[in-house]
Design a protein around this ligand. Structure first.
Ligand SMILES: C[S@@+](CC[C@H](N)C(=O)[O-])C[C@H]1O[C@@H](n2cnc3c(N)ncnc32)[C@H](O)[C@@H]1O
Length: 276
């Protein structure tokens, strides 16, 4: 019993830390100014259509939820960090769209079995620490035959590499946590879903990012607005040598992925249907 209580308390502490990290900076700006194309790409890939009941998991400020609602679906946007909903509500209201916003941990979602015609997540569920638990939840809340669609950063693409560069400076991951970019690996997805998802397709694609005019602009923007990057810099703030090192490493990495005009960020587009 004590062990059970401790596990629950430890998980709550991890989720609270994650929530506070994603609430730092200005994630809604990143979603709209940098990766705003991904939500509509995911909604289209899953053929979201009028009248469908759709869940966007780890929706943030609603990048994919807004795109699904714009296609006529009845959308629930769930996320661990409800602080991000305010920006989402503003965007929905500006566009005349209705979305239900629900605080929801992807690893224990407050939804019934088979409730949704489509369950989607745009660079979202990949950040829940226990991959199999989260994958089981995606499948559980989709109806048999319902769509499951994901966009995940790949390990060798820019964001996957950025997390690898930041790792030596970051807090150690909680016990049992798996690295987010693993969700960008086909074999990992197949293992997580097994035969419970049929018609599974995994396609590697590139997002062209034109928000930055030079590599250092990317680094400075992420230092100011992207929670995981801000958290790492906060941790080393008292060690100027490390700050300098990480500044240089992030700029070097961004240079590798910058063609003089734009950056290219690789992702895995995953689509399938719940078996049954
Ligand atoms: C990179 S953002 C993506 C947000 C949005 N899907 C988009 O496309 O802009 C990652 C999101 O995952 C959420 N998140 C992280 N861990 C989560 C968890 N365990 N359950 C639900 N959401 C989680 C964060 O709060 C954050 O909103």
């Amino acid at each position: 019993m004590t062990e059970f209580v401790d596990t629950v308390a430890a998980d709550r502490a991890v989720k609270e830390a994650h929530r506070s990290m994603w609430g730092m900076g200005d994630y809604p700006a990143v979603a709209s100014e940098v990766i705003g194309d991904l939500g509509p790409i995911l909604a289209e890939a899953c053929s979201i259509s009028t009248g469908q009941r759709v869940l966007d998991v780890a929706a943030g400020s609603g990048n994919a939820a807004l795109a699904a609602a714009a296609r006529g679906a009845r959308v629930v946007a769930g996320d661990l960090t409800p602080e991000l909903f305010e920006a989402g509500r503003r965007s929905a209201s500006d566009r005349g769209l209705e979305i239900e916003w629900r605080e929801a941990d992807a690893e224990a979602m407050p939804f019934a079995d088979g409730e949704f015609d489509a369950v989607i997540s745009c660079v979202g569920v990949m950040f829940a620490p226990h991959h199999q638990v989260a994958a089981d939840e995606l499948i559980r809340v989709a109806r048999p035959g319902g769509a499951i669609g994901l966009i995940d950063w790949t390990p060798s693409g820019f964001i996957g590499r950025m997390f690898a560069v930041m790792k030596p400076y970051a807090a150690p991951p909680p016990p049992g946590a798996q690295p987010p970019p693993l969700w960008g690996d086909r074999a990992h997805i197949r293992e997580l879903f097994g035969d419970r998802v049929v018609d599974l397709r995994c396609e590697v694609r590139q997002l062209d990012v034109d928000a930055f005019d030079r590599p250092a602009a990317f680094r400075d923007y992420f230092k100011a607005k992207y929670g995981p990057t801000i958290a790492v810099y906060q941790r080393i703030a008292a060690e100027p040598e490390k700050v300098k090192e990480l500044d240089a490493a992030l700029e070097d990495l961004a240079t590798e992925f910058f063609d003089g005009t734009r950056m290219h960020w690789e992702y895995l587009l995953v689509t399938g249907r719940r078996a049954g």
